[in-house]
Design a binder for this molecule. Structure first.
Ligand code: HEM
Length: 383
């Protein structure tokens, strides 16, 4: 089996579902070559982010998401194939630093990830993966403009100037595109979790992005679609979640930790062990209480009781509105929806949140000069 996850490799202390023991010596060598996970801003460059390949960038590479993000959702008017082909070639130019609108700025670790919405997929491939929209969930306050959409562009970079500039150069003079909404996001300094993997603190002060798939085997198990015209793609879920940070911050630290199920300072699970330890849902205190409270976020969101694989979360904090731009990648939509159903029953964290935008998108397979963006689903776009 081929893998193009650059920098995948040594991965210790992950949950039992992984098959990390299968890693060959090649993977180990790559892992050792990785930058230290604490070096957030350098991590993308160390990973050598490529725009082209079997899989798009911005999902599993770079391993540690870059500090700045701009995400935008559009409607597409007319035939998507020429538009996607043109977008793909502009992305290749931007990532190579070749586009005049970059003003000579170094693209560095820039990544652009393109996904298409359920309406477009259903029109061309009814009933296939990516054609299904998310159902409504409790605690949503989402108008029509902020629900679903035909196209998502996720643009990430270490240089804070790049995302808005790149969005403008990708979408300029494209009469087929109507922007619906956009959201800026940022990540705090990298908090090392395991070799080759780092998370970041969110606006609640908690380390976020700890329990995620990282090895090639884990990513194959739960993230990458492996057959059909969408092979090499994945499903992205985006949720703009506003958080009442003042009300959460007014709780005592132990009360905050009970809401999340991990220690605030260290990120360690309340069930014991270090930051990288798996959450143990069975662990009990001497007087018989669960160490991870019944309504703690990590219990309600845990994949095992939901019967789903572990999703890849690569969320960003938001400054306006204050909250979390939740972004997850998974090969099946039910991984997300079953998890949120279980959370909606009793997750203590949800009472501090309201969701004001939402969408699911099929992240297209990778592309290059010979295979244009979207061609396996919508045709080559050449006339
Ligand atoms: C305001 C919104 C949210 C915040 C602040 C938040 C924060 C966190 C934190 C701090 C952790 C523990 C550290 C980690 O493993 O990353 C966590 C874990 C997790 N969260 Fe969230 N989260 C939010 C919303 C969501 C949503 C909407 C979902 C999916 C429906 C979700 C799914 C998960 C999963 C699957 C885990 C890992 C559980 C485990 O296996 O240990 N979270 N989240």
């Amino acid at each position: 089996m081929k893998h193009d996850h650059q920098g995948d490799g040594v991965d210790q202390g992950r949950r039992g579902m992984s098959r990390r023991t299968l890693l060959g010596s090649g993977g180990v060598a790559l892992g050792l070559a990785l930058a230290a996970p604490g070096a957030a801003s350098g991590s993308g460059l160390a990973d050598g982010v490529r725009a082209s390949g079997e899989r798009q960038a911005g999902v599993a590479r770079p391993r540690v998401p870059q500090p700045h993000l701009l995400l935008a959702v559009f409607e597409i008017v007319g035939d998507p194939s020429p538009l996607l082909a043109a977008l793909g070639s502009r992305i290749l130019d931007a990532a190579a630093g070749d586009h005049p609108a970059l003003g000579g700025l170094d693209p560095g670790d820039l990544t652009v990830t393109v996904g298409v919405g359920p309406r477009l997929v259903a029109m061309n491939h009814p009933g296939s993966i990516g054609s299904e929209a998310l159902p409504p969930f409790p605690r949503e306050e989402i108008d029509d403009l902020h629900r679903d959409g035909d196209l998502v562009l996720q643009i990430c970079a270490t240089d804070p100037l790049l995302p808005a500039l790149v969005l403008a150069l990708l979408t300029g003079s494209q009469p087929q595109l109507r922007e619906r909404w956009r959201q800026r996001g940022m990540r705090g300094g990298a908090v090392p979790v395991r070799r080759g993997h780092a998370a970041a603190r969110n606006l609640l002060g908690f380390v976020d992005g700890v329990a995620v798939p990282t090895s090639p085997e884990e990513l194959d198990d739960s993230v990458w679609i492996d057959d059909g015209p969408a092979a090499g793609g994945t499903l992205m879920v985006v949720r703009r979640i506003e958080i009442d940070v003042a009300r959460f911050g007014a709780l005592s630290v132990p009360a905050q930790e009970a809401v999340i199920g991990r220690r605030r300072a260290s990120g360690a699970p309340l069930s014991g062990g270090g930051r990288a330890a798996d959450v143990d849902l069975q662990a009990k205190t001497a007087d018989g209480r669960y160490r991870i409270p019944v309504d703690a976020h990590v219990r309600r969101a845990h994949p095992r009781p939901a019967g789903v694989p572990l999703m890849l979360r690569r969320s960003y904090s938001m400054d306006d509105p204050l909250g979390l731009l939740f972004i997850s990648m998974q090969r099946e939509l039910s991984t997300f929806s079953r998890t949120l159903e279980r959370m909606s029953e009793s997750d203590a964290l949800l009472s501090f949140t309201r969701t004001t935008a939402s969408g699911s998108f099929l992240v297209l397979p990778g592309f290059d000069k010979a295979r244009s963006l979207g061609s396996t689903l919508f045709g080559s776009g050449r006339r």
